[in-house]
Write a protein that binds this ligand. Structure first.
Ligand code: NAD
Ligand code: WQD
Length: 385
């Protein structure tokens, strides 16, 4: 029987079936240096995405792929809820103490509006899952973690572009769960500076899909986010296909809100760089603010795009004639969230290179190949349990 060689690093990805998780797994497998374990309870995803990712990895294997290469293209997928210690423990038990090199913790609930309606559910799931995960990691001597944070931790930022040193001040319960989880992880690193290493990645606005059109963002119902909504409108999935533009009286060039959109595969590569930075030889922890080996990085392009610029780019990508109306501001929106990406570039070597055009092209390619998302393909997913 084949046993995994030491040279494949086992990495556990939580939320692996989701939009960002599936692209992160793709990028990990593409290096053929990792063996990916995915944990997801499919609250907001389907295991079909994992089937597609593994298919992509297999099809990318060279003709002379070794047994190890072939192993790296398969995912150990677990359907488990991270808030349930016994379910998480079962996953770690399968690999034993020290059997998992590190964790990329992506799983969370992420709807800002919903979090203001059911805050307790958000705190229990996002903060609860993170604490449970960290406890079980410690039990199994797994003390390296990359955490999915968000630009939403900056609230209304005092300076644009936003450096990581900006004070944290989220407005929504969702945003507060991101600050809380960062804090929990940082405190743990400070308490056990010889043991833990952690990086929080503050994503700006991820967009687009893998260029194959095999994986992508698959929101249920009418999308609340701008780019998926524009894609659903162009494919004919939206009943009243008119975009409500939430305000044009912001202090921005055209009055509409500005965001820092980056390609989801650029974002995924940031996770590879962050994982490498958790290795012993890494220099990123040489100048930490605290005792422990903990840092946070912005992942963005550093280029702001307005709502109307996005509509225009999607019009070019889809040839669909968008109708829009300017309505009042959406509660909780801030005028401008543009990253200062210099720290991640300098210390991680991260650069989000893909253009708004490729983001829109890849989003539209995914949407046209999967007009009903993963649900349209009639297949079933897989899992270990
Ligand atoms: P997503 O909903 O597509 O993926 C999250 C995944 O986590 C889902 O598959 C969901 O089923 C899973 N999950 C949630 N709770 C779980 C639990 N208790 N146990 C196991 N699995 C659980 O969302 P996404 O867009 O891929 O976002 C991923 C992460 O990135 C989240 O932490 C989110 O807060 C963060 N983030 C996303 C964005 C964005 O715009 N998409 C921006 C900034 C930060
Ligand atoms: C983008 C712009 C809207 C829809 C959200 C979360 C954030 C992060 C990413 C997780 C805004 C405008 C939108 C519409 C519009 N997620 N818009 N009409 O709000 O920047 O970020 O997702 O961490 O925390 O808040 O993204 O796509 O919802 O909006 O005018 O129907 O488009 O006002 O300026 P947002 P979005």
């Amino acid at each position: 029987e084949y046993t995994m060689p030491e040279s494949l690093r086992r990495v556990l990805v939580t939320g692996g079936a989701g939009y960002i998780g599936s692209h992160v797994i793709y990028s990990l497998q593409d290096t053929r240096r990792y063996k990916v374990i995915s944990v997801d309870n499919h609250h907001n995803s389907t295991p079909k995405s994992l089937v597609r990712v593994a298919e992509l990895a297999r099809s990318n294997l060279p003709a002379d792929a070794s047994e190890q290469d072939k192993d790296s293209a398969e995912i150990d997928a677990f359907a488990a809820d991270l808030t349930k210690p016994e379910e998480v423990r079962k996953v770690f038990e399968r690999y034993g103490k020290g059997g998992i090199w590190g964790v990329v913790h992506i799983a969370a609930y992420k709807a800002v509006g919903e979090s203001t309606e059911i805050p307790l559910t958000y705190y229990a799931n996002n903060v609860g899952a993170t604490i449970t995960l960290l406890q079980i990691m410690a039990e199994f001597d797994c003390t390296r973690i990359v955490y999915s944070s968000s630009a939403t931790v900056y609230g209304t930022p005092p300076i644009i572009p936003i450096p990581e040193t900006t004070r944290l001040e989220a407005q929504s319960p969702y945003g507060k769960t991101k600050i809380m989880c960062e804090t929990v992880i940082e405190d743990l690193c400070n308490a056990e500076p010889k043991t833990w290493r952690a990086l929080s990645l503050r994503y700006f606005n991820p967009a687009g899909a893998h260029p194959s059109g095999q994986i992508g963002e698959d929101p249920r119902g009418r999308p609340g986010n701008l780019l998926p909504l524009l894609a659903h409108m162009a494919i004919g999935r939206v009943k009243d296909p008119k975009l409500n533009v939430f305000g044009n009286d912001y202090p921005t060039p055209d009055g509409t809100c500005v965001r820092d959109y980056l390609h989801v595969l650029d974002l995924a590569k940031g996770h590879l760089l962050a994982l490498d930075a958790l290795a012993p030889q890494s220099k990123v922890f040489d100048n930490c603010p605290g005792e422990g080996r903990y840092k946070a990085y912005n992942l963005g392009k550093g280029k702001g795009m307005s709502v109307l610029q996005i509509v225009d780019a999607m019009r070019k990508a889809t040839a669909y004639d968008y109708k829009y109306e300017i309505i009042g501001r959406r509660k909780g929106d801030v005028p401008d969230l543009t990253a200062d990406p210099a720290l991640a570039e300098r210390e991680l070597g991260f650069k989000a290179q893909q253009t708004l055009e490729t983001m829109c092209r890849d989003l539209w390619n995914w949407q046209t190949k999967n007009p009903n998302g993963y649900d349209g393909d009639g297949s079933v997913g897989f899992g270990i349990f």
